[in-house]
Design a protein around this ligand. Sequence first.
Ligand code: AMP
Length: 547
Amino acid sequence: MTERVPGWPVEFQQRYRAAGYWQGRTFDRILADLADRHRDDVALIGGGPIADAERITYGELLTRSRRVAVGLRELGIGAGDVVLLQLPNRIEFVVTWFGLQHLGAVPVHAQPGHRHRELSQLAATTSAVAYVTTDVHQRFDHRGLARQVADLVGSVRHIIVVGELGEYAADDRFVTYRSVADAPEPAAPLHAGAASDLALLLLSGGTTGTPKLIPRTHDDYFYNSRAAGARCGLTAQTVYLAVLPIAFNFTWNCPGILGTLAVGGRVVLAESPDPAQCFALIERERVTYTAINPQLVPAWLDEYARGTADISSLEVLEIGSARLADPMARRIVTELDVTLQQILGMSEGLFCATYLDDDVETVCTTQGAPVSAADEIRVVDEHGTEVGTGEVGELTVRGAYTPRGYYAAAEHNKTAFTADGFYRTGDQVRRLASGHLIVVGRIKDQINRAGEKIAPAEVEGALAAHPAIESVAMVGEPDPRLGERSVVYLVVRGETVPTRRELAAFLGRAGLAAGKAPDTVRVIETMPLTPLGKIDKKALRAGGPAS
Ligand code: AMP
């Protein structure tokens, strides 16, 4: 496509269009068509207390998002402009997302925990022109953060706040979402973009010092919605509960919110993954399908055992984003009256899921099979040679919804993708004869902490600036609660040994998300090195040298 957004080779584009995977529809048109078909059906339900839980229909979602688009256009936002979106699980996220689609503008799905370092890097990489955020959420004032980001990156001219401006009203970069959403409805479509255009930018879990962005087009992302929705059995009768953060690809499109809307279903937004709140929403809204990560499973099982709510409407529980231990999968199948659906998904594209009618053994021990006939899977050894069925190798993939490169990262793309366009996932899997994959490990330098990915290189880079630290390395260790916890090994310069809390505060001041602070800090005499002089993380993972 462009230098910043690597596209698929022409013969692949033709193939995907001819097969009907790519339908040539942009998300603004897709929403307009859905509103034609389901105008008065409820599309979205806010998760607040029942008295003020907002419900909006497909018709209202279209109207509201078109009005937001006009309001954004009045601020000077237009086609190709990039906008950071950092909102909790609220209807405004969905309305703004579609509002941007009406203009051909591009949302960046910032994560809820991101702070000024991540956000300013994202803004600088994309020359973002605006930042949509909330006032105060979970006792954190996002307006102050937004101002910091806009001070650091001059391209960010507008900060749109869902809520009150308070003292920030004096800063003319700030406007309320309310004022943007109050704009009149336009008479005609606002933009006629191509379906091969960039529709959104997702965050990669990453392995590098700075966060990488994944460019997704209308064509590929909508195919992702449909293919995932079909495998997960979504229909117009589906009531989907969004539990995890809305910006995650898992929640948004696997099949998630877009997958549900694509078939005319209903989406309920939970403000928190707390099982008591979620169970109450399941009961109240007769939720049929929901998705959580393995770390939430024990609390959900406990809540179910307490019998506090009637969740008999729930048909399918989808679990992914980290490895679900087989025994835990068996507990779900035995203790809950639902169909378990395991998935292996990634913002980089590929989505695998078990079939709803798979036998119990397959559901409890595999992470599913790819959802598209166009997903080309190669499980390879360290030389790139395919391994046999059932053997362990790295999962690599190419397909109609797996982009061919990261955004504006030409150099990194040379190693993250093979010469013939396969994405190297860094995940170690075994592929069964049935096509189902079993995740057995990881070769990428990444920590999967409660489903949230940490790139050690990013944290190490930030900690290297600490005056007491001579050398630092971060690795993951198994943890019963988090799946993996982050452990920082330090060689210190003098007598002072920084504590875990001090390091967390140091990283916080450097502007990193709180979830990236180490869970454990260990001080060692010398860093173990490989024969090539690099830090030997294998040795550290194996317990590290004696301190
Ligand atoms: P993200 O893009 O944040 O969803 O992260 C994608 C990565 O999460 C994958 O490449 C895997 O490393 C990991 N992941 C997702 N689902 C699973 C799963 N079911 N089992 C193990 N790892 C998973």
